[in-house]
Design a protein around this ligand. Structure first.
Ligand code: NAD
Length: 306
């Protein structure tokens, strides 16, 4: 099915941090494709200071004037229960949750203050947890849910001055991968995206000609496909930006096996170092069981009961 035909009629979509940037694009898209939209935004600065209702209200107005259905919510994602309650009170259900709200407190690790660390954790990790946890019982009961959380290249690869943000963003990968496993039998699909797009977050670090090629609306098609009822993708990581979309996965070198006896010494490890870091014949593990199977196959663990 072509992306232009994807619709969400009768579904309720909650988008956190939808007062601007990427969240606004998602909200407007879902509003234009038949969904009831909860436009959540605290309305503060990109550093997480201040707040207000204007940002969310403006997006709600945009959706309504285009004929869509939307309501605002001004809570911090730390109060995820209140955000999901807005969906239930107004539309009676929740089908899709986009954990998108975010802030930055960039500072070199040497100069990082406890508050910089804590605030980033609270908005990105605790916020995603609180919203997902409040939506989860509804997803389970109706045997349907679509959850997107927002990571970042900074989390996947590291980025100077962003230890707090990187840690929080990679936390959402583990969060998503576990939720995908727990949600699978209830048709709750959970994925994580690492976008790159022009927004107030990136406008101070990238030149205008680059930003023009990274329009936030170009992240929407990926989110639309992953949250559609026709999708069966779950537990995956995607990078998206500037018209490019790609999937990421873990890669493990074949590695080296050591006998479980006195010969397993640091010297033995050093001698096999090239084998340990050799990616010429890699594997792509998808769960902890894969590591156990490897040891079982090499008779380093007893076979697990079938
Ligand atoms: P943005 O600042 O334009 O949008 C973030 C929105 O979240 C803002 O409207 C803000 O008011 C809202 N928000 C902040 N704290 C909140 C809270 N506690 N509760 C509710 N709302 C809150 O930035 P953006 O670039 O659109 O970022 C969207 C998401 O994408 C963020 O999670 C960000 O970390 C992530 N991201 C963006 C990029 C990029 O290139 N723009 C790259 C990687 C990751």
């Amino acid at each position: 099915m072509a992306p232009a035909e994807l619709r969400y009629d009768g579904q309720t979509v909650v988008v956190t941090g939808a007062g601007g940037g990427l969240g606004r694009e998602y909200a407007i898209f879902f509003g234009s494709r038949g969904a009831n939209v909860v436009v959540n935004d605290l309305g503060g600065s990109f550093k997480g200071e201040g707040g207000g209702s204007a940002a969310a209200d403006k997006v709600v107005q945009e959706i309504r004037s285009a004929g869509g259905k939307a309501v605002p919510n001004y809570d911090s994602v730390e109060n995820g229960d209140a955000i999901i309650k807005t969906a239930i009170d107004n539309f009676g259900r929740i089908d899709v949750l986009i954990n998108n709200a975010g802030i930055l407190r960039d500072v070199s690790f040497r100069n990082m203050k406890q508050q910089d660390w804590d605030l980033i954790y609270k908005v990105h990790v605790k916020g995603a947890y609180k919203c997902a946890h409040a939506a989860w019982p509804y997803f389970r009961k109706q045997k349907y849910g679509r959850l997107i959380s927002t990571a970042s290249a900074a989390g996947l690869f590291g980025s100077f001055g962003q230890t707090n943000y990187s840690a929080a963003k990679l936390a959402l990968v583990g969060f998503t991968e576990t939720l995908a496993k727990e949600g699978h039998k209830y048709n709750i699909l959970c994925n994580v995206i690492a976008p790159i797009a022009a927004s107030r977050m990136t406008e101070t670090v990238m030149p205008p000609d680059v930003l023009e090629k990274l329009r936030p609306e170009w992240i929407v098609p990926l989110v639309a496909v992953l949250t559609h009822k026709s999708s069966d993708e779950t537990g995956s990581i995607y990078e998206a930006g500037g018209g490019h979309i790609a999937k990421l996965r873990w890669e493990r070198s074949k590695g080296a096996l050591f006998k479980q006896d006195d010969s397993f010494t640091p010297g033995a490890v050093a001698a096999k170092w090239k084998e340990i870091v050799d990616f010429s014949d890699p594997e792509h593990p998808q769960g902890p069981a894969n590591s156990m199977e490897l040891l079982e196959a090499a008779a380093q663990l007893p076979p697990s009961p079938k």
